[in-house]
Design a protein around this ligand. Structure first.
Ligand SMILES: Cc1cc2nc3c(=O)[nH]c(=O)nc-3n(C[C@H](O)[C@H](O)[C@H](O)COP(=O)(O)OP(=O)(O)OC[C@H]3O[C@@H](n4cnc5c(N)ncnc54)[C@H](O)[C@@H]3O)c2cc1C
Length: 447
């Protein structure tokens, strides 16, 4: 019965139901007993009256308390609420379909195990997933862009590139991507947090957008191209993608199909080393670069739109994005018209000296309060996350580029300097340790 009462979410209805139930439970047997013994004096009726009021009050209070204990239970980190309305933390998803998209990229279609609703997302956003990988000492958390778009979201699609070991090193291959490719199959269950991220296409804008990607950087671009085609097909979108050859070009047929249904989607594929069988499947031999934008995209844009004032979205390898950002800036495109997402950490171009520090006190005291470690940080130790890991402290993290917010922690004392402006929202009194370094002589972190 208590469980049934707990199912009632409205506290008022829960209190009345519970009060009525307890009052009935007390009043009916008491009345029956009084009639059985034929006790007809006034105090007997008064007793029944007060007993029913008291039991109703106790029942109502119990009903309210049952609701409190229910909401405490739902604070558990794994939110499995049916309907998914209150999905804030990790939720179980089953792999409904696994589809090979190219030699290196495989897609995973995810549906919630609880069968509830999943929220729509803005094209360009990502999911953070958590994997239990047997040989890893703690769960592995990674971030993957949502690579599909439908108006009423019934599934999420992640498209993951297998990261091989870097050539000529003894470094291991990528942990999460290889696990996904080799050990996550249809019906496997993984945990995911709700869609997040600010690298998004404003679908309502009428300004032309140029989506530029290489390799697996194509994932958020497909979502953007599909959303624009469904929600704002008037808008001109250029889809520029670079691949080595057709075997590594994922989603070619899917993007071509979007262009068939939306004539305002203009495709330019560039293959750097096309094979003979790729003939007819690409427009340019070489790389996607600013000259291609100046010579091919800009004249088309002028023709269709009457101006070359556009928004540029970049996602791809670090060197690809660096050269395009520099090239667009040199060409005169304002920085606020160029949005980009990094999948991998690049070395900051300029190694900033921590502000306010002189050479005499480059050694900073960093207290990792939960781990009980007080350590001395020096600029060569890198970011706080790198410093923690080097000292056998392994805080949660994922993207390492200030995008996903997984590494956010409280900073009760001191301050940090960011290598780059965080993209994730940072709570007041908290910092992202993956892209920050200590700034003040003592820094205390809740790690
Ligand atoms: C916002 C965002 C969206 C993303 N979207 C996608 C997406 O849609 N698809 C996708 O495939 N990826 C995406 N990523 C990247 C993804 O999150 C992972 O970073 C990627 O899959 C690699 O993870 P991993 O665990 O396989 O590799 P990790 O184990 O993290 O290793 C990364 C690389 O470092 C190498 N390495 C490991 N150890 C060493 C060492 N000691 N020395 C030198 N090299 C080493 C590995 O071989 C590997 O190549 C996204 C990232 C972000 C931030």
């Amino acid at each position: 019965m208590l469980e049934d009462i707990r199912q009632i979410s409205n506290p008022f209805v829960r209190a009345i139901t519970s009060g009525f139930f307890l009052s009935t439970l007390v009043t009916i047997p008491a009345t029956a007993a009084i009639f059985l013994v034929n006790l007809k004096n006034e105090s007997a009726y008064k007793f029944i009256f007060y007993a029913s009021i008291a039991s109703a009050t106790v029942g109502a209070m119990g009903g309210l308390a049952a609701g409190k204990s229910k909401s405490e239970t739902s604070k558990s980190p794994l939110v499995e609420a049916g309907g998914g309305i209150d999905w804030k933390d990790w939720r179980k998803f089953v792999v409904d379909r696994k589809v090979k998209e190219s030699e290196s990229i495989t897609s995973f279609y995810l549906k919630p195990v609880d069968g509830g609703m999943i929220p729509n997302f803005t094209p360009g956003q990502f999911l953070t997933i958590q994997l239990d990988i047997p040989e890893q000492s703690k769960p592995v958390i990674r971030t993957y862009s949502l690579s599909d778009y439908i108006e009423s979201t019934s599934h999420y699609r992640l498209s993951i590139k297998r990261e091989p070991a870097p050539p000529d090193t003894i470094a291991p291959a990528g942990i999460a991507s290889n696990f996904m490719h080799d050990h996550v199959h249809e019906s496997s269950v993984i945990l995911a947090k709700p869609p997040a991220g600010k690298f998004v296409l404003d679908v309502n804008s009428s300004q032309p957008a140029v989506l530029i990607s290489n390799g697996v950087g194509i994932t958020p671009m497909i979502s953007m191209a599909k959303a624009a085609g469904l929600l704002n097909p008037q808008r001109h979108i250029w889809f520029l993608h670079g691949a080595r050859d057709g075997s590594l070009h994922a989603f070619r047929d899917e993007v071509n199909a979007i262009a068939v249904s939306n004539p305002n989607l203009h495709i330019v594929y560039c293959y750097s080393r096309p094979s003979l069988t790729d003939e007819g499947n690409y427009q340019h031999k070489g790389y996607v670069d600013v000259d291609l934008i100046k010579n091919v995209v800009a004249p088309e844009m002028q023709n269709f739109y009457g101006s070359t004032d556009a928004e540029y979205f970049l996602c791809g390898s670090p060197s690809f994005m660096d050269s395009l950002r520099d090239g667009l800036r040199e060409w005169g495109v304002a920085d606020n018209k160029v949005l980009f997402e990094s999948f991998a950490k690049t070395k900051p171009k300029k190694v900033e000296q921590a502000q306010g520090l002189t050479q005499e006190h480059v050694s900073i005291e960093v207290v990792f309060s939960k781990s009980g470690k007080t350590l001395s940080w020096n600029p060569k130790d890198g970011t706080i996350l790198e410093f923690a890991e080097a000292n056998d402290i392994y805080p949660d993290h994922s993207c390492r580029v200030g995008v996903c917010g997984t590494c956010m922690c409280k900073i009760p004392e001191g301050d940090v300097d960011y290598e780059e402006t965080p993209t994730a929202s940072v709570d007041r009194g908290s910092v992202l340790i993956c892209i920050s370094k200590p700034k003040t002589a003592r820094v205390v972190l809740d790690i």
